[in-house]
Design a protein around this ligand. Structure first.
Ligand SMILES: CC(C)(COP(=O)(O)OP(=O)(O)OC[C@H]1O[C@@H](n2cnc3c(N)ncnc32)[C@H](O)[C@@H]1OP(=O)(O)O)[C@@H](O)C(=O)NCCC(=O)NCCS
Length: 198
């Protein structure tokens, strides 16, 4: 049993990308072995490099030097990763896909801006310790600080542990959709009311 006193959580940078790729590979092998390939999308090294660069942010949990979990907050404005335009139930459609500019800050009509809680991965040997929730909470705190007002994420309907965790964190189911070239995904959203401090 791992000694949780050795665990550290930290922001990830370019020099962590090798470990991100390695952790993803361990979990890809796991889901392949279980015949659950559609559970999450494989990220290229290039994508992980993007995920550690502003305005995106990644955090990792380490047991000593070993990366045992990672989480990614992705801005994704104007790309497939921008889920704001997918939202149906929430009163943010069409408004969230704009980014604040300094000149917009006084414009009260621009009230919403979302980020994508893109991915969380927990090493199979470290499951059941609540690490996904720790990552979601850490990234949410950062998202608030950065000024996002909504967090969105997509989850496979077959991913019971992940659905349970995002719901525990207060995300609400919005709708089911075909995403990423034909994968069925539940889309979740959480209002976080972050605000710029300047
Ligand atoms: C989803 C995931 C991040 C959750 O990990 P976690 O934070 O360790 O999950 P929890 O601590 O909430 O575990 C809750 C329970 O579910 C079990 N569990 C967690 N993930 C599981 C999995 N993939 N398969 C079977 N059981 C799992 C745990 O063992 C635990 O059981 P216990 O309560 O009897 O101990 C992890 O399963 C994972 O990395 N999955 C593969 C990648 C993935 O699907 N990422 C999310 C994409 S949206």
């Amino acid at each position: 049993m791992a000694n949780t006193n050795n665990f550290k959580i930290k922001s990830l940078y370019q020099n962590d990308v090798d470990k991100m790729v390695e952790l993803q590979q361990i979990i890809l092998d796991e889901v392949k072995e279980k015949g659950k390939e559609g559970l999450f999308r494989e990220n290229t090294r290039g994508m992980f490099e993007l995920c550690v660069q502003s305005p995106n942010h990644s955090v990792g949990i380490f047991d000593g030097d070993k990366m045992i979990a990672l989480g990614i907050l992705f801005d994704g404005l104007g790309t497939d990763e921008d889920l704001s335009t997918d939202l149906v139930k929430h009163d943010v459609r069409g408004k969230v896909s704009r980014r604040y500019k300094s000149t917009d800050l006084k414009d009260k009509t621009i009230q919403h801006i979302s980020a994508n809680m893109k991915l969380t991965l927990v090493h199979p040997d470290y499951r059941g310790m609540g690490l996904q929730i720790i990552l979601l909470n850490k990234l949410e705190a950062l998202a608030k600080f950065f000024g996002y007002t909504h967090l969105c994420c997509t989850i496979s309907p077959d991913n019971a542990p992940s659905i349970s965790n995002v719901e525990k964190c207060g995300y609400e189911f919005d709708h089911k959709a075909l995403k990423y070239g034909g994968l069925t995904r539940n889309i979740y959203v959480k209002e976080i009311n972050g605000s710029y401090m300047y």
